[in-house]
Design a protein around this ligand. Structure first.
Ligand SMILES: [Zn+2]
Length: 308
């Protein structure tokens, strides 16, 4: 056990416990060793010491569009539109603005991955203007999205928000924060590009969720060296409250709650190696299982949009 204090990356508490020692990434088996801690105060999970930027660069260089090869292959074969649509609808609900296809507004997808959410936003709101950013170049999948700009950005670099000259109405970051080295710097940058009346919406695996507590080391979101910091519902509230406070927003509402992501049935079957059985089912059939995911963010009590 370490003799010096190891602080939680979400709430800053030094009341932490070493849960897993000298672990390696499940697919890129030379990536490690990793020590993973739990915060006894906010129940978040985090890696200490952090992987070096060289080892992370090597890890991501072996991936395609920011996803590890196994996940990427299964996602291509299954439709995740239902999940991304749920993210969009929930974010819009928090914003309290009833955007229609005729409205002009701006949005950004931070850590856009394969671009699935960006594409849905681009098509659903053709008069909106979107930006998608991630470590890798623009995926070909987004070629027909004319109202979408892609920027290749290092999301671990402090101050990435400063490259934008204007702020956004909606700021999305879907299952990205767990990949980030220093969560408070990332959240600070995300909030710096949100309008004062805007909405910030993230999803992330939830450490301390029922699934994570039951499955322990077999929880599928516990990916050593790739999912570096995994917030709990309490940890993300504490972190966002602190960063929203630093920005001096007017009466921000900070939210965090468990959500169920509707994964396609074939995804689960293939995850458990049941490929032959998966072939009998449509990719559109989704299962709603509590896998341990949270949504969180910052929003404001807004006046409804006037029709135009
Ligand atoms: Zn904590």
């Amino acid at each position: 056990m370490p003799t010096h204090k190891i602080n939680c990356t979400f709430c800053g508490s030094s009341n932490t416990l070493l849960l897993y020692k000298h672990k390696y990434h499940p697919y890129i088996t030379q990536h490690g060793p990793i020590d993973f801690y739990k915060c006894k105060y906010c129940k978040s999970g985090f890696t200490y010491p952090l992987p070096t930027s060289t080892s992370l660069a090597n890890l991501y260089a072996s991936f395609c569009d920011g996803l590890n090869p196994n996940t990427k292959k299964m996602r291509l074969e299954s439709s995740f539109d239902k999940w991304f649509n749920q993210c969009i609808n929930n974010a819009l609900n928090y914003s309290q603005k009833k955007y229609t296809s005729k409205d002009y507004f701006t949005w950004i997808d931070i850590g856009a991955g394969g671009g699935e959410l960006s594409k849905l936003m681009s098509k659903k709101f053709p008069r909106s203007k979107g930006v998608a950013i991630d470590f890798h170049p623009r995926p070909k999948f987004l070629d027909d999205c004319k109202n979408l700009e892609w920027l290749q950005v290092d999301l671990n670099k402090k101050g990435f928000g400063s490259i934008f000259r204007s702020k956004f109405d909606l700021v999305f970051s879907i299952t990205v924060i767990e990949h980030i080295l220093i969560p408070n710097v990332f959240i600070s940058d995300c909030l710096s590009i949100m309008k004062n009346t805007g909405t910030f919406y993230i999803t992330a695996p939830a450490f301390g969720s029922l699934a994570s507590r039951i499955l322990k080391g077999r929880w599928s979101y516990l990916i050593f060296g790739e999912h570096i910091n995994i917030p709990s519902k309490r940890g993300i509230i504490l972190l966002m409250s602190q960063e929203a406070n630093n920005k001096q927003f007017n009466k921000p509402i900070i939210f965090s709650r468990s959500i169920i992501l509707p994964y396609p049935l074939v995804y689960y079957l293939k995850h458990f190696g049941l490929n032959n059985i998966a072939n009998f089912f449509s990719e559109k059939i989704c299962l709603s299982l509590p896998t341990g995911i949270l949504e969180a963010g910052v929003c404001f009590k807004n006046e409804p949009l006037t029709s135009r």
